[in-house]
Design a binder for this molecule. Structure first.
Ligand code: GCO
Ligand code: MN
Ligand code: MN
Length: 397
């Protein structure tokens, strides 16, 4: 099969593509209008996802079990859902808690000023972690949707940070005590629904994690839209997480800079950013590829009916695979390789890596650098970037 055969972009379980129940199940409600699509039954979602070649389905506790369900209702729902997941050969790689919809969370959950809210948030999360464990999830995501403020005078932001740490340390203890073998993935977002959310970027999260008691079991779940909302390079954020072995999960979608959280189909905006991201995740430039789930946290346009939703989901996976193929071709191109290699002067490596020694300091101080020659050299990045654009536009392969 040629690399251009459209079938080669069909998803397979090895691709580890996953969707949340809340993503394809999004009925199109927004602040200006109600649902435009009927609510889909979770079991129907799982069957459809399996039919289009997805591998995993993720959920918040309340995507599956209504907030006020009785114990017997809960057990019936979970039993049926588990059977559907098993029948379709799907998996539940990740679960999370809805700590933002119910009015009790209007001032946050783990960071709320009212201790009863914080206690309820821990109670709800432990119950949701139990559900995740029952469904076989090995990754547990924390997105602090309402962990923020508008009236900033309401609390010392250091207290919010401290409360968040205490909650994470407590819940890590719970998972260890129960032997669930789960890892936590923390998801940053700069704002929306709160005016400002604490821990607004992946970089903030990475530092926060280094202050936790069980730092080894906590990583990040960066989302394209969230870093782009903050005006940042998503690939750079992901690269830092990968370099620290902290990329435990990822939320893929599309976003225009400077907007509200759009959650668009993956690759539908900023194709260059998406190309650089997939190149990094797939390791086509070299380096260890990302081996976790490729999760799409996005939803279909409000213009769509159910058929449009499945087109949206297929589009996310197909574009990811197209970009993976484009990135592999780009990095295999001899001219690209040469342009990148030209920037590398291996000779100085021993002086530049491996830490400080007295000898290296002396050698560096004595080094004769022809400053003018180095400064006047063109770097060839125009040609390199044009080649990237040509691969992206499909005129070079
Ligand atoms: C958002 C977030 C959420 C989270 C989800 C999983 O902006 O609404 O991206 O979709 O990813 O709650 O924790
Ligand atoms: Mn997300
Ligand atoms: Mn989001």
């Amino acid at each position: 099969m040629s690399a251009h055969d459209s079938n080669s972009f069909d998803p397979t379980p090895e691709d580890r593509f996953s969707f949340g129940l809340w993503t394809v199940g999004n009925p199109g409600r927004d602040p200006f209008g109600p649902s435009v699509r009927p609510t889909m039954d979770p079991n129907h979602i799982v069957r459809q996802l399996a039919a289009i070649g997805a591998w995993g389905v993720n959920l918040h506790d309340n995507d599956l079990i209504p907030f006020d369900a009785s114990a017997s209702e809960r057990d019936r729902i979970v039993k049926e859902f588990k059977a559907t997941v098993a029948d379709t050969g799907m998996t539940v790689p990740m679960c999370t808690t809805n700590l933002f919809s119910h009015p009790i969370f209007k001032d946050g959950a783990f960071t709320a000023n009212d201790p009863k809210v914080r206690a309820f948030a821990l109670q709800k999360t432990m119950t949701a972690i139990d559900l995740g464990a029952e469904l076989g999830a090995k990754i547990y995501v924390f997105w602090g949707g309402r962990e923020g403020s508008e009236a900033d005078a309401c609390r010392d932001p250091r207290a919010a940070w401290q409360r968040m740490r205490e909650a994470m340390d407590f819940l890590c203890g719970y998972v260890k005590d129960r032997d669930y073998g789960m890892k936590f993935a923390l998801e940053a977002k700069p704002n929306e629904p709160r005016g400002d959310i604490y821990l607004p970027t992946t970089g903030h999260m990475l530092h926060f994690i280094s202050t936790l008691e069980h730092e080894d079991m906590v990583g990040v779940n960066p989302e394209v839209a969230h870093e782009v909302m903050a005006g940042l390079s998503f690939a750079h954020n992901v690269a830092q997480a990968l370099a620290c072995d902290k990329l435990f999960h990822i939320d893929l979608n599309g976003q225009k800079i400077g907007r509200y959280d759009q959650d668009l189909r993956f690759g539908s905006e900023d194709q260059k950013g998406a190309f650089l991201l997939v190149r990094l995740l797939e390791g086509t430039l070299g380096g260890k590829p990302y081996d976790g789930p490729r999760h799409f946290d996005a939803h279909a346009y409000r213009t769509e009916d159910e058929a449009g939703v499945w087109e949206f989901a297929k589009g996310c996976m197909r574009t990811y695979k197209i970009l993976a193929q484009r990135a592999a071709a780009f990095d295999a191109d001899a001219e690209v390789k040469q342009l990148i290699a030209e920037q590398e002067d291996r000779e100085l490596d021993p002086l530049l890596s491996g830490g400080y020694t007295v000898q290296k300091a002396a050698a560096l101080k004595g080094l004769d650098v022809d400053v003018d020659a180095v400064a006047s050299r063109g770097l060839g990045y125009e040609r390199l970037d044009q080649l990237l654009v040509e691969y992206l536009l499909g005129v070079r392969s």
